[in-house]
Design a protein around this ligand. Structure first.
Ligand SMILES: Nc1ncnc2c1ncn2[C@@H]1O[C@H](COP(=O)(O)OP(=O)(O)OP(=O)(O)O)[C@@H](O)[C@H]1O
Length: 311
């Protein structure tokens, strides 16, 4: 089918000072951002930060109270039929034709979008479900259904894909396999807006992430730049049977020492010197070095519990 008309240049999504309040709750409180075409964009934030509301506004499922929203050059609200073939949506509660087989379900979806029947087989193959094509949707495992939900969002080969925690129910192998599917989609020039609580995943996959806190953007950049701008602290993790907290705190160059389970965590800006000071006291066997990652940046911004120093 021919895609709905719309500009083929310009950003995939552009939000300018978007607000959405539910009573006194400011679910989205002045968000402005641009997602470029072909970008893999992560939306992160604690429960209730406003991610779902923001995504629903982009998808045209919710009307913003104020601000301007442009998606592939269209206004998504009032509900815009021209936009529907251009976007694919996978949610945690994706609906299925449960009495059909996986392949029949996708063929039905393809027919609704007036896409060719072979698109169903392509989508099944893309998410690794070809062998389950003749299995009834009812009889698929949770992870297989999750993959079918993703295939359903892809079947009409949309330009812009919204994925909400797509790896939530997947085992580690299926999760890694899906990462490859997502990278392939990006390789084909698709734009992906990805909501997740898996920070390792966001760090591995996303070109840029926005961290939402209380309906506002607390940070927006590539994971590597956010990490570089964050704390330059290195953590050295030492088995607790080899070092007391007092001895750890006495080491030159240690800024903070805490106990975390059966390890002592040393924070330092000068890992080389601390390692040199640690060796004669505790040895270096089993000592792990951890530099900052996206989770550290996220925790610092969202104020989530950090390991507390013991008295
Ligand atoms: N339909 C609604 N009516 C009233 N309040 C709502 C409604 N939908 C969301 N909220 C509130 O708006 C705020 C943002 O919710 P939203 O679901 O957008 O957050 P979220 O970041 O997607 O959270 P989660 O990670 O838990 O899915 C929350 O305080 C939530 O309770």
């Amino acid at each position: 089918m021919s895609p709905a008309s719309g500009p083929t240049d310009g950003p995939a999504v552009s939000l300018d000072d978007v607000h959405k309040h539910y009573g006194s709750t400011r679910a989205v409180d002045g968000v402005s951002l641009t997602v470029e075409r072909g970008e893999f964009f992560g939306l992160l934030g604690p429960n209730g930060a406003g991610k779902t509301t923001l995504v629903e506004i982009m998808e045209g499922q919710r009307r913003p109270d104020a601000g301007t929203v442009s998606v592939l050059g269209h206004h998504p609200w009032p509900r815009n039929p021209g936009l529907l073939p251009l976007i694919g949506v996978q949610t945690q509660s994706s609906a299925f034709f449960v009495r059909l087989t996986a392949a029949e379900h996708l063929r039905t979806m393809a027919a609704l979008y007036r896409t060719d029947r072979a698109a169903a087989e392509r989508a099944l193959a893309m998410v690794g479900l070809t062998e389950q094509g003749e299995v009834r949707v009812d009889d698929l495992s949770g992870g297989q259904r999750q993959r079918l939900a993703i295939a359903s969002a892809l079947v009409h080969e949309p330009e812009l894909i919204f994925l909400d925690e797509p790896t939530a129910a997947l085992d580690p192998q299926a999760r890694r396999a899906l990462w490859q599917v997502l990278r392939d989609l990006k390789g084909k020039g698709r734009t992906i807006i990805y909501t997740t609580h898996h920070l390792d995943e966001a760090e591995a996959l996303c070109d840029r992430v926005a961290i939402l806190v209380d309906g506002r953007i607390a940070a927006l950049d590539s994971p590597s730049r956010l990490i570089a701008q964050g704390s330059p602290t290195t953590r050295l993790v030492v088995p607790a049977e080899r070092l007391t907290l007092e001895a750890a705190r006495a080491l030159q160059g240690v800024d903070r020492a805490t106990r975390d389970g059966d390890t002592i965590v040393l924070e330092t800006l000068d890992a080389g010197h601390v390692l040199a000071a640690l060796e004669p006291v505790a040895g270096l066997q089993g000592v792990q070095t951890r530099t900052a990652n996206l989770e550290d940046v996220y925790l610092a911004l969202t104020g989530a519990a950090q390991p507390q120093a013991q008295p």
